[in-house]
Design a protein around this ligand. Structure first.
Ligand SMILES: [Zn+2]
Length: 503
């Protein structure tokens, strides 16, 4: 008996510890309220699945939040498994990753907030968004303010949310502050080369930017730059002389000429050059946000890339969809900075996007309360600058892009693959085995009217510049880490998105 006991005991101990380890192993949140599906192992089947190897017919196997296999129909031996969601002809592709959104929480939830913003994102096929460090209050410029944001996001986000920190004069010369902000998980930093419009987020000059890049180089994270530089001479000579009608879009357009973008990008050239291999800030990366000028500014970025600089550039759907000529008097929904420029500029932006000279797209969803848009006065010079668009970026890109020859593979490169890389998200942005099961299912051929009857989830939907448009591309389902978070007009009962912090 004694001997037997000593033989059995270690075996029992092993079995118990195995059971303990197994049940404690980190698995996906098992709370079924996180998903509209009651199971965690299933197949998403379609005739059009967009993979890095092209569009295939087949199925994506999802288990515990991850993609565990991608099976081509022609290679499939026997039936798939118990739970198959057959989407027939609908497109299955990686969820969109929006690297530029302002959700304004904490501090300005009357403008947007994590709950409404991520509900809109999910309904629009966005599975990850990276929140900007300003328009919330306080601005996210320190470890403490980043914590406030992460706390505010808890249990409110329907999609995964990461955070950019802010590079401002106050922290640029304080190595420890920047270090702490990056160590706390900011995926990179954002700075402005002109006034941001937010008092606690002042602009930076090229010296601040170089300081920031030194720190970022160590973490191998990017600096996102709002590249517009105020050229006083131009304002004084041409504008603000009191004679122009503030309700005319042309009046506003003249106040922010392409030369502002050009001057900022020219000023950045030195810093970008130092990001090259062997440069002073090798390892850092410069990303120019929301490029509007498809002229000299774009040429300067192309030069910087040719010279070996680590640099990328995004533009936004509103610069691709609209042109200055069609913006009506007083319609401040279209005010943003840099501004939407003329039709010739818009055509060249499309060319650059399809040539690969513009690397990616982002929403720059920048909502506000209607009062700040001054709809009654229609004063373009005084109204809040920012376009509300989050839920619509997929159909907008598709609707306008089709005319320019955009295809599904390109769409995924611009909205998922490259944004994932910029944000350092290796397990996102592509439908491949081993990645997070972040997936959008949508019908490119289905049109809808964007009017009051359309369910919008972000706040103040009438502020959106897209209101009144007819768009193609209806989102059916959105999966985030295997959770079906949005399906046919319904969201999962619980918001189980994950806050993404860099390590
Ligand atoms: Zn922005």
């Amino acid at each position: 008996m004694e001997i037997l006991k000593w033989k059995v005991f270690p075996l029992m101990f092993l079995a118990i510890s195995f059971l303990f380890l197994y049940t404690r192993a980190p698995t996906k949140q098992s709370n079924s309220d996180c998903s509209l599906l009651p199971y965690e192992h299933f197949w998403i089947q379609s005739k059009r699945i967009v993979t890095p190897h092209g569009v295939i017919e087949g199925a994506v196997e999802v288990k515990d939040g991850m993609i565990v296999s991608v099976v081509k129909a022609e290679d499939q031996l026997g039936p798939l498994g118990e739970h198959v969601m057959d989407y027939a002809d609908a497109v299955v592709m990686p969820g969109l990753i929006d690297v530029h959104a302002h959700l304004d929480e904490p501090g300005r939830t009357e403008w947007e907030g994590f709950s409404s913003g991520t509900k809109a994102a999910a309904a629009g096929g966005i599975t990850t968004l990276i929140d900007m460090p300003l328009n919330n209050y306080p601005s996210t410029v320190s470890e403490e303010t980043l914590r406030l944001k992460v706390e505010a996001a808890q249990e409110k986000i329907y999609v995964d949310v990461g955070f950019w920190g802010g590079l401002v004069p106050e922290n640029a010369f304080n190595l420890r502050a920047l270090d702490n902000l990056l160590r706390a998980g900011a995926l990179g930093l954002k700075s402005f080369m002109c006034p941001s419009g937010i008092n606690d987020f002042p602009m930076t000059n090229s010296t601040h930017i170089m300081e920031g890049l030194h720190v970022l180089a160590r973490y191998k994270r990017p600096l996102l730059v709002h590249a517009e530089m105020v050229l006083e001479s131009e304002i004084n000579s041409e504008h603000n002389d009191g004679s122009s009608d503030p309700r005319a879009y042309a009046t506003y357009l003249k106040t922010r000429p392409p030369s502002w973008e050009e001057a900022a990008i020219r000023d950045l050239q030195g810093a970008i050059e130092e990001t090259r291999v062997g440069g002073l800030v090798e390892g850092a990366h410069v990303h120019i946000v929301h490029l509007s000028d498809s002229g000299t500014s774009l040429e300067l970025i192309k030069d910087a890339k040719r010279n070996g600089g680590s640099v990328s550039v995004e533009t936004c759907p509103h610069y691709l969809a609209f042109s200055a000529e069609e913006i009506g008097d007083g319609d401040t929904r279209f005010k943003c900075s840099p501004p939407i420029r003329d039709e010739a500029n818009r055509q060249k932006l499309w060319e650059a996007l399809l040539d690969g000279n513009i690397d990616m797209l982002s929403s720059d969803h920048s909502p506000s309360i209607p009062a700040l848009k001054l709809f009654e006065e229609g004063d373009f010079l005084r109204a809040w600058g920012g376009i509300s668009s989050l839920q619509y970026v997929l159909p907008v890109t598709w609707t306008y892009g089709r005319k320019h020859g955009i295809d599904l593979v390109r769409l995924v490169a611009l909205w998922s693959e490259r944004p994932a890389k910029l944000a350092g998200q290796e397990l996102k942005g592509a439908i491949v085995s081993g990645n997070h099961a972040d997936i959008v299912v949508w019908e490119p051929e289905v049109d809808f009217e964007l009017d009051e009857n359309h369910s919008a989830y972000h706040k103040h939907p009438n502020n959106s510049a897209y209101m009144g448009k007819r768009l193609s591309g209806k989102v059916l389902s959105t999966f985030v880490r295997g959770n079906l978070v949005y399906n046919g007009g319904k969201h999962a009962p619980k918001a189980c998105g994950v806050t993404i912090l860099a390590r």
